[in-house]
Design a protein around this ligand. Structure first.
Ligand SMILES: Nc1nc2c(ncn2[C@@H]2O[C@H](COP(=O)(O)OP(=O)(O)OP(=O)(O)O)[C@@H](O)[C@H]2O)c(=O)[nH]1
Ligand SMILES: [Mg+2]
Length: 483
């Protein structure tokens, strides 16, 4: 660092406020490079995968990742990548051009938003005289800084070690190739790498063992929760989609939510009270991102078990983001990796968040009924609260789908008790007859079952054959108007 650090605290000499530092390598001055394939290749890839990310959004995201660990990002550039050069990823001309930029701007760290082989990394470090890391290493770094619980720390460490181990293998294969393909004869480098691998493997086993103990405790806690059965509603989604903000709005909590990628790492659980008395547990958890290192997904499996086993999964999407569609697909992919059958399950609800950022006429419509494989959609703003009441209604409705439905007929004085029906359960249909009677069908959550029978002794259980009709009846359900 510069001598400026030696200034006494509070000193405000011109040097102290001058951001231009004469040292060649300033470790936290970072340059972000986003390799971009030619348009034609990108179109072909997009057709195959159904995902096309705009280069600008990718640059923005990569800068966001770098800022997540407080790096001073000097610039973020989309770098054309007509073909992959095995030794340096980028072509010779580009490498030289970037070297000049690194030199001129005193950059100490270059982040390449792409996978780099260990050899590419080493070569680029030599060419640019700066530290070089790839996307996976950067994400691992962020997770390392965020981890707070014992479980989180162990998981990140495990992912890190596995990442390192996989890179040792790759560089070994490379050495083998350099020697003409006779790797099995052994040779220089091999013994050292083997030793390194063994050391890594020993640490991996030790951490896995320790993690298993921590995870077992969590499982036991979950088991004991299961004895008092409460449905779990899990929030999932791309990082920065607004999961924690929604969590705070729904549970009136104050957990950390910020315009920061991977603000949340460790999972949080809170009680969620629904409008008609149904109770559930809401879980907030780590966000997903495109090209999430597989080591991380594997390491975080235990944390994500809450999601895998949840009764309902709320997929929170930043619907105002230009890459919203691609982000959703990434989330689906991770869910699939975790064993949630995305296309088949009826446990998913899509929460389209941040509608306050869209002009009135561009706001999406709600989709109440889940067709086979198509999740329901609820547009909301976790920030302003718009649509949130409708979301809660839908969650409660979905959690109680299996609950019994009763028919209640009220007339005369009993009509005064009508409001109690709305308090005790979810009124599915209501018919005001000409003779002054009111007939309603109501689904009663477990919690209110006793009170309901006490107050409405004449209620009749609706046969399950008629339940579908009650459900299909038009429900006044407009999340936007309801907030
Ligand atoms: N305008 C607007 N901003 C929102 C809304 N919901 C969340 N945000 C903002 O989006 C940013 C990210 O919110 P978080 O709740 O931290 O997002 P997250 O999904 O928990 O993110 P990670 O924990 O990083 O995965 C914050 O700056 C929020 O204030 C919304 O409905 N409208
Ligand atoms: Mg969060």
């Amino acid at each position: 660092m510069s001598e400026n650090n030696d200034l006494p605290e509070g000193a405000e000499g011109p040097e102290a406020s001058d951001s231009h530092i004469e040292t060649k390598h300033v470790p936290e001055r970072a340059l972000v490079l986003v390799p971009v394939r030619p348009a034609r290749t990108r179109r072909a890839e997009a057709e195959k995968s159904g995902v096309d990310r705009s280069p600008t959004a990718r640059v923005e995201e990569a800068i966001g990742l770098a800022r997540a660990i407080e790096l001073d990002v000097v610039d973020g550039i989309a770098v054309p990548l007509p073909m992959f050069k095995p030794g340096t990823l980028f072509g010779t001309g580009k490498v030289a051009e970037i070297a000049e930029r690194v030199e001129a701007d005193h950059i100490g760290l270059v982040i390449v938003d792409h996978a780099l082989t260990p050899v590419q990394q080493q070569n680029l470090e030599k060419e640019w005289k700066a530290k070089v890391i790839d996307r996976t290493a950067l994400i691992l770094e962020i997770f390392g800084e965020r981890a707070q619980t014992r479980e989180g720390t162990l998981q990140v460490e495990l992912a890190h070690l596995n990442y390192q181990k996989s890179r040792l293998v790759r560089s070994w294969t490379h050495l083998e190739r350099q020697r003409g393909g006779f790797g099995f004869l052994g040779g220089p480098g091999e013994t050292q790498i083997e030793a390194d691998r063994r050391a890594l493997q020993e640490r991996i086993s030790r951490i896995e063992h320790e993690l298993e103990t921590v995870v077992r405790t969590r499982r036991l806690q979950r088991e004991s929760r299961r004895k008092v059965p409460q449905p779990i509603v899990a929030l999932v989604g791309y990082t920065n989609a607004g999961k924690s903000t929604l969590f705070n709005t729904l549970t009136k909590s104050d957990i950390f939510a910020k315009d920061l990628l991977f603000a949340t790492l460790d999972p949080t659980l809170r009680r969620l009270k629904l409008p008609h008395g149904t109770e559930a547990i809401l879980s907030d958890t780590v966000g997903f991102i495109s090209d999430l290192p597989t080591h991380l997904v594997a390491a975080f499996r235990a944390t994500l078990e809450e999601v895998i086993e949840a009764t309902l999964i709320l997929h929170v999407r930043d619907i105002a983001h230009e890459d919203s569609e691609a982000q959703a697909r990434d989330v689906m992919n991770v869910l699939e990796q975790l064993g949630v059958e995305v296309g088949k399950t009826d446990r998913l609800i899509e929460v389209w968040n941040k509608i306050d950022l869209l002009p009135e006429e561009a706001r999406p419509a709600a989709r109440a009924n889940a067709d086979k494989g198509k999740p329901a959609i609820v547009p909301i703003s976790a920030l302003t609260g718009e649509g949130v009441a409708g979301l809660l209604d839908m969650v409660e409705q979905r959690l109680n789908e299996g609950r019994p439905v009763y028919t209640v007929s009220l007339s005369g004085e009993a009509l005064a008790k009508l409001h109690r029906l709305y308090e005790l359960g979810e009124v599915l249909t209501r018919l005001d007859e000409e003779d002054g009677r009111t007939i309603a069908t109501i689904r009663v959550p477990e919690k209110h079952e006793q009170s309901f029978h006490r107050e409405f002794p004449g209620a009749k259980l609706l046969p399950s054959s008629e339940k579908a009709a009650a459900k299909a009846a038009p429900q006044v359900w407009d999340p936007i108007d309801k907030s």
